[in-house]
Design a protein around this ligand. Sequence first.
Ligand code: DPM
Length: 334
Amino acid sequence: MLSTMSSTVSETITLGTRKSELAMVQTHMVLKLLKEYHPDLEFEIKGIVTTGDKILDKALFKIGEKALFTKELEVALEDTTVDLVIHSLKDLPTTLPKGMALGAVLEREDPRDAVVMSEKYKNFTLDTLPLGSVIGTSSVRRSAQLKRKYPNLEFRDIRGNLNTRLRKLDDSESPYAAILLAYAGLHRLGWDSRISQVLSSDVLLHAVSQGAIGIEIRQGDERIQNLLKPLVHFESLLRVTAERSFMKNLEGGCSVPLGVFTTLKFENDSCTLVLTGSVTCLDGTRHIQECLEVSFNNSLEKSLKLDLAEKLGQDVSSILIDLGAKEILDSIKH
Ligand code: DPM
């Protein structure tokens, strides 16, 4: 009998991605790993423009579409133009369209947020900036949380990709003293030298899945799923599973002020996963936060560990809902 497996193996595997510089860098990271693990296979990259790339003039939370940066990629996945799609996991909605699955989560980069100061304030921190300094960010999560901590700073929208934002910051007419960005993106694009400050979780809780790369595949595509197995970083997967479950329960899209922080602590034979989750109203006047943990034996089956992570996310979100999270989120949508 003819083996159907061996006849498909020679096909080129197509990696789909957005065309932004960061997306391309991340896709090349994945390509390198795939080539290392599967030296006998052929891979190619296909860049695709998404709605999110085209709409640059509106604040993200006003667009009201959760799949801004992913929809066109999923269409390509469905019609087999591409075989897998590389995402910044934080841009991938918690509920995937029918027929799509999360095939892998790679080892996560430092998930925290960073401050890039303008030349003039290079040696300052958020604490030492002059009163009334303007901070550029389009993330309502960042501005809402930081308005509480820094009521004397002004937060103003800034759009465009990373290079555009850095240019706006450095412009001689720039209103901005600093901009806020994810450490992971800055690092991957080689901008470490511009980072003045990395914000710890007591100052700013990061976005769900920040710093993690996720690979989306067609559900049930076992061949691609198997190819991706060696790329999966289980500890990262465990953490983002808890975070995504937290977000899913709050029905949060990519542009709501939800913050999280997770840690994994290992002790003897057991492991403790700790999740902090928060919701903040846009002007920062209300902030609710909860932290829970779950411990399990290291020998527990992986799928059961993931179930516990999922449950942890749900439990934190349930407590926030009891504390009024839905009212805060509804007031933002309207
Ligand atoms: C999401 C947000 C932002 C991105 C919202 C948030 C920032 C939007 C903005 C969900 N996606 O974080 O509160 O500042 O206008 C994005 C970035 C990365 C992935 C850039 C960044 C790179 C880092 C990573 C945009 N998506 O946040 O600085 O992989 O986490």
